[in-house]
Write a protein that binds this ligand. Structure first.
Ligand code: ASP
Length: 436
């Protein structure tokens, strides 16, 4: 069992007093869960509002000199419900009153938004009987609202010396003059990661309302199995292809230290969840980890006899895209041919210009453009060194009647990427899922 855990709980995990009770059970089930990072109370059901959204609304109203008493009352009600039902002692009414005054007096949007986590932290600290450490004291930003990693690391290391346990609210920190800054939306994940790195945790638990990541999009595959274990690199590939995963900013601080992240479900604490591990921990091939993809790419294919012998051909080709501000997603090449795959929206209004420049600088024999191409990535560490995976993928696609327009294999050997027509996307995901 890991020695030191940082547990971050998302908004839905803290949406009501019942959810707080689940969190307490989880925290107390393992004494190693010593640092807890809460989000602001989220939605209790699909018709509900997140406290953070209500706070932003309050700020908007106040900024336009419109009375926000009513919206604030909704926030206060939610906070007081948790306070009263859990029979807490912290003087939350005074806190709420003070925050209302600060909003009315023109507090910044970041300050106002951060109060959701601040209040949630006060309640949770009281409920768990654990000291509250204001994020403003340990998460430090520079003037330009970016994290000051050094100051933050020092402050967290000091905090860990004085506090065996603590509740540290997510989402915000303070700038050089003490002003409050927040991370981008969903930023409590980042706080959790920064705290885990700062206290040298053995594991960063990210508690949410799903039992980990799924092997494929549940809208395309019915009941996909969860991903038990995934490496940071595999996750990058899946995220790039549009799978809903953690924010890059949330992974970076702990990736550098090799701290694994465990995605778990507050509503189903016995479920295995998804463990995100250091790339170095990858050992062999354990099957396809995940399947993800994105529609709407444009493929520009160029043919020219003896292109390989022409010095600078690829450089000139790449620079056409660079000077037009178009990013290249993939560039598979064959003998005398190369395809440049770009996100459709990036060339939409520049296509003619790009094609014209390719003609002028490269004198190709032919250029063809295929629109409405989807890319599908089949990701799994070690797959390229394992026999039969590609065969399964291509058999599954052929049996589903999907025409493969392009195949590429990352140099990292983590994935096989196929290009297919947009309209085949859903059936391709389902077929590959079933066939691998
Ligand atoms: N409460 C913030 C938001 O709604 C941050 C978070 O929940 O992670 O974006």
């Amino acid at each position: 069992m890991a020695d030191l855990l940082v547990a971050k709980f998302g908004g839905s995990s803290l949406a009501s007093s019942e959810q707080f009770a689940k969190v307490k059970q989880i925290v107390e089930a393992n004494p190693q869960r010593r640092y807890v990072v809460p989000s602001a109370p989220g939605k209790r059901d699909s018709t509900d509002h997140k406290v953070t959204d209500l706070l932003y609304m309050c700020h908007q109203l106040a900024e336009h000199n419109i009375d926000c008493t009513e919206v604030f009352a909704t926030i206060a009600e939610r906070i007081e419900e948790i306070h009263d039902r859990l029979d807490l002692e912290v003087d939350i009414s005074s806190e709420l009153q003070r925050i209302f005054q600060q909003i009315s007096a023109g507090a910044t949007a970041d300050f106002v938004a951060s109060r959701g986590e601040y209040l949630s932290g006060l309640l949770l600290a009281d409920y768990l009987g654990v000291p509250f450490v204001d994020a403003a004291e340990v998460i430090h930003f520079d003037d330009d609202a970016t994290l000051n990693a050094e100051r933050t690391a020092t402050a967290l290391a000091q905090m860990a010396q004085t506090h065996e346990r603590a509740v540290i609210p997510g989402f915000y920190g303070s700038g050089p003059d003490g002003q409050i800054f927040t991370f981008s939306r969903g930023g409590s994940d980042v706080t959790g990661a920064v705290v885990a790195a700062g206290v040298d945790a053995d594991l960063y638990e990210n508690w949410t309302d799903v039992s980990g990541f799924l092997k494929a999009d549940p809208r395309l595959v019915s009941n996909p199995s969860p991903i038990g274990r995934v490496t940071y690199k595999e996750l990058r590939e899946l995220a790039y292809m549009g799978a809903p995963v953690l924010h890059e900013e949330a992974i970076f601080p702990i990736r550098a230290k090799g701290i694994p992240i465990h995605i778990r479900n507050t509503n189903e604490p016995d479920a295995a969840g998804t463990l995100i591990v250091d790339d170095r921990a990858a050992d062999g091939f354990h099957g396809v980890t995940g399947i993800a993809g994105r529609p709407d790419f444009t493929v520009i294919s160029i043919e020219k006899t003896l292109m390989d012998d022409e010095r600078g051909f690829f450089r000139k080709l790449v620079s056409v895209f660079e000077t037009n501000g178009v990013s290249i997603s993939h560039m598979p090449s064959g003998i005398d041919s190369v395809s440049v795959i770009v996100p459709a929206e990036e060339v939409r209004f520049k296509l003619n210009k790009v094609l014209e420049e390719i003609r002028i600088y490269l004198h190709p024999d032919t250029i063809t453009v295929q629109d409405e191409i989807a890319l599908l990535a089949i990701v799994g560490h070690g797959m390229i060194r394992t026999k039969g995976v590609a065969a399964k993928v291509f058999t599954a696609l052929a049996q589903a009647g999907v025409n493969i327009r392009m195949i590429t294999q990352g140099a990292s050997e983590l994935s096989i990427i196929v290009g297919i027509d947009n309209e085949d996307f859903a059936s391709a995901v389902a077929a590959v899922y079933a066939g691998t």
